[in-house]
Design a protein around this ligand. Sequence first.
Ligand SMILES: C[S@@+](CC[C@H](N)C(=O)[O-])C[C@H]1O[C@@H](n2cnc3c(N)ncnc32)[C@H](O)[C@@H]1O
Length: 216
Amino acid sequence: MSCCAHCEDAGDLFDREKARTELRKYRRSGPPNESKRLLIDTLKTLYLQGLTLMDVGGDVGMIPLELLEAGVSKSTLVEASPAYLEVAEQEARRRGLEARTTHTYGDFVKRAPNLPEADIVTLDRVFCCYPRLEELVEASTGKARRWYGVTYPKERWYNQVIGGLAGVYCWVRDMDFRMYIHTGVEETIRANGFTPFYQVNTILWRVELYERNSAA
Ligand SMILES: C[S@@+](CC[C@H](N)C(=O)[O-])C[C@H]1O[C@@H](n2cnc3c(N)ncnc32)[C@H](O)[C@@H]1O
């Protein structure tokens, strides 16, 4: 199936070994990073019964699994890494959730026109993998009927350094993949019709939940 060069490299970077390691950590002690836990915990404070979820770039599917077990009725996971997607599918099956999950491979921006809307759309640490922020935000907010949850690197010098080092690593391995520290994320999301509902910082990450503006 076709994917952009950037996303094909996502398959090399986020490979089977990493997917299995992520899953092992997750099974042992739950979602492994603070920003992900904050986003999940905030979403769990909403009334989730019967809502649908779309998680973009959701690796082995931790956000869908957590929210399906908390009341979400159905989830769609869209992933550019075939290995992550395969492991996510196996884990959903192991937990008896396969009938409520859909797993879709590819670049979300390209696939978006053929994907359904969802009540909640999440992108956990995905903006930093994608070169064109406006395009990704427009495509993903366009699928969110009400809630839009994101985590992304704060605009700080130390994240620019980390991004630069990640760029060198990918360049040495001859990969198109880069880490992007985008500016103006909140403004871009607001411009697409959403208002912040919850915002918090960890040392490296910004965690935000937005709600769609109601039609006047
Ligand atoms: C840095 S990882 C974060 C994974 C996970 N959300 C987490 O926080 O642990 C970024 C993930 O987004 C996926 N990804 C990046 N760009 C994507 C795109 N355009 N469409 C779908 N998935 C994408 C990558 O394959 C990778 O699994």
